[in-house]
Design a binder for this molecule. Structure first.
Ligand code: DX5
Ligand code: ZN
Length: 214
């Protein structure tokens, strides 16, 4: 299992220490949550912080943009050193064009679905995607409870990917711990994002190892 710890729950005063810890613990990617206070009711951090993170880690950066008009920022996300740029389905009027411009910029393209957005809406773009991020909470905050319906959604997405021959990975984000992680893993998830489960644990490295073993 690819584990992508969400830096949102890390201690922002000691980000370098957190990055060292997650890198040593076998996490594969660092998940960076950008919020604009418009698409979601919260503001987190932006491009200067991601650039700083990129300078002090060799882990690929998985950038999750919870912002309106993400297509305006493709160049800035690339310049930050992102490996993957995830945009929300609900924030993109011209999703096909946005995905193309992410690829033209040399990044992998991910499309994120809010809990109420059906998997079927990806039918005409699934073959162009490197990843689909299934939100298992409403985006905006760490530490929320996993929405049960997400397990069924991951299974539906897995079926769509298999039927279309797409190579897209399935990432799940929100309320992930060893129990919910095991359930979405069984349904077809390839990547698990976790914030509070890792950073609030007495043994964060052990929490990462538990998810990686799923
Ligand atoms: C939520 C973010 C998540 C968040 C997950 O809007 O996209 O990445 O940090 O936090 P936990 O794992 O605590 O639900
Ligand atoms: Zn996220």
């Amino acid at each position: 299992m690819i584990v992508a710890p969400s830096l949102l729950s890390a201690d922002f005063g000691h980000l370098a220490d957190s990055l060292q810890m997650i890198e040593r613990s076998g996490a594969a990617w660092a998940h960076c949550d950008v919020m604009d206070g418009v698409f979601v009711p919260n503001i987190s951090f932006g491009f200067p912080v991601i650039s700083a993170v990129a300078k002090i880690t060799s882990m690929p950066l998985d950038v999750h943009l919870m912002i309106v008009n993400p297509d305006r920022y493709v160049g800035m996300v690339r310049d930050c050193g992102a490996m993957m740029m995830n945009v929300h389905y609900e924030a993109c009027t011209h999703l096909h064009r946005t995905v193309q411009s992410i690829h033209d910029a040399g990044m992998k393209a991910g499309v994120t679905l809010n809990p109420a957005t059906p998997v079927a809406l990806l039918q005409d773009i699934i073959e162009d995607l490197d990843m689909v991020l299934v939100m298992s909470v409403n985006p905006g905050f760490g530490g929320q409870s996993f929405i049960e319906h997400s397990v069924k959604k991951v299974a539906e997405l897995k079926a769509l990917i298999t039927a279309s021959g797409s190579k897209a990975l399935i990432e799940v984000d929100g309320g992930i711990n060893a129990q919910t992680g095991a359930r979405v893993a069984a349904a077809g998830a390839d990547v698990l994002v976790a914030g509070s489960y890792i950073f609030n644990a007495a043994d964060p490295a052990g929490a990462i190892a538990a998810l990686a073993a799923l």
